[in-house]
Ligand binder design. Structure first.
Ligand SMILES: Nc1ncnc2c1ncn2[C@@H]1O[C@H](COP(=O)(O)OP(=O)(O)O)[C@@H](O)[C@H]1O
Ligand SMILES: [Mg+2]
Length: 357
């Protein structure tokens, strides 16, 4: 396997800058996910790495070798797509063997490699079946198997789980994570699903409009979002955002939220404080009735049990926020509740630049 380095990778389609000066490196054996909303340039970036798109600028290195101008087959990458793209008239075994046969590898060796991969992917009994005789999850596992038997330098996956129903998506995701861990395959995975990205990745690269917003381990990006976009994109249900007025004091500064004043520790913000800010709190950090160093009062207007927790939507001075409560102790609609939260879980953003303060 190889490390991958992108230096100012840029791809334009006429006026559209699909990937805008993307720079990042992926270590040998690392699982990196490109995460972002539809149209942010994830697939284009992946296709550039595979050599399926000519790049408009920048450099792509595999280890120390510049592969920017190489043909796809010269890069030794393997790709897995959303729609499996298996040959319908071939069995799972033939599909998985196809690339190796083209490389003129001897058939005993092909057989061995395919069987090892099939074992890892729990496909042992299904090798003689055609794609039409397999479920969606099994087909996608064959597609993954076909990619890994070639022992590629880099494994590229573009939304491979998107066509699967929810339960299967979670199961196949587990298989992919286990397989990647066993193979130590340098993997670049594309998804718009933040949970998928969090679960699978060593590091997540969040993209928006072709630009890298933040890159880091999942919990780092979750706990320490650099800007409002990353804060809003990662985490489910999404972070609450409320407009606040800010006044600087000595040890504390005052944040007024819909007529209620919070005293936040001065060291929460490093630089200068603007008069107005956007305050972010995750629903899971905002607990109905909890004793914390901060609290807000609100009126309940919606109660949504999901099992392990119940979400409670409250009106706080005219602003809607989602909090969590103990499912066995949920308030009723119309109840006045206190929402406790910790100042260490408060995020403040500049309303203009949208950067974290
Ligand atoms: N072949 C193409 N021709 C013109 N525009 C394209 C082409 N492929 C992608 N784009 C544009 O580039 C941007 C990024 O697309 P894409 O990489 O497919 O996003 P994602 O995979 O994140 O959904 C979008 O604005 C899309 O419309
Ligand atoms: Mg895409």
């Amino acid at each position: 396997m190889a490390s991958v380095t992108l230096q100012n990778l840029t791809k334009r389609f006429a006026e559209v800058v699909a990937v805008d000066s993307l720079s990042l490196s992926i270590e040998d054996g690392e699982f990196l996910t490109l995460l972002g909303p539809s149209g942010c340039g994830k697939s284009t970036a992946l296709n550039c790495i595979a050599g399926l798109e000519l790049i408009s600028g920048g450099t792509i290195l595999f280890d120390d070798a510049d592969v920017s101008r190489l043909e796809p087959h010269e890069r030794n990458v393997a790709m897995v797509f959303q729609d499996y793209a298996l040959y319908p008239h071939m069995s799972a075994r033939e599909n998985m063997s196809f690339g190796l046969k083209q490389q003129k590898i001897e058939s005993a060796k092909i057989r061995r490699q395919v069987e090892i991969a099939a074992d890892m992917l729990d496909l042992g009994d299904l090798l003689e079946r055609r794609p039409s005789e397999l479920s969606g999850g099994q087909r996608q596992r064959v597609a993954v198997g076909r990619a890994v038997v070639r022992n590629p330098s880099v494994l590229l996956m573009d939304e491979p789980l998107s066509n699967l129903d929810a339960a299967l998506r979670v199961r196949t995701r587990t298989e992919i994570k286990r397989l990647q861990g066993e193979l130590k395959a340098t993997t670049i995975f594309v998804t718009h699903d933040q949970e998928e990205a969090m679960v699978l990745s060593d590091r997540v690269a969040v993209m928006r409009l072709g630009e890298l917003q933040q890159i880091g381990p999942p919990m780092e990006v979750y706990r320490n979002p650099r800007n409002l976009f990353v804060a809003s994109f990662i985490g489910s249900p999404a972070m609450n955002f409320v407009d606040v007025d800010v006044a600087r004091g000595e040890e504390h500064f005052q944040c007024s939220v819909g007529g209620q004043t919070l005293a936040l520790p001065a060291d929460l913000v490093e630089g200068a404080l603007p008069d107005k800010a956007v305050m972010g709190i995750r629903p899971t950090d905002l607990m109905v009735g909890a004793e914390r160093d901060l609290s807000l009062k609100g009126e309940v207007f919606l109660v949504e049990p999901v099992g392990p927790v119940t979400y409670v939507d409250c009106d706080v001075g005219g602003m809607a926020v989602t909090a969590v409560c103990d499912p066995d102790n949920a308030p009723v609609i119309g109840a006045q509740v206190g929402l406790g939260f910790s100042s260490s879980r408060v995020y403040l953003f500049d309303p203009t630049s949208e950067q974290r303060l």
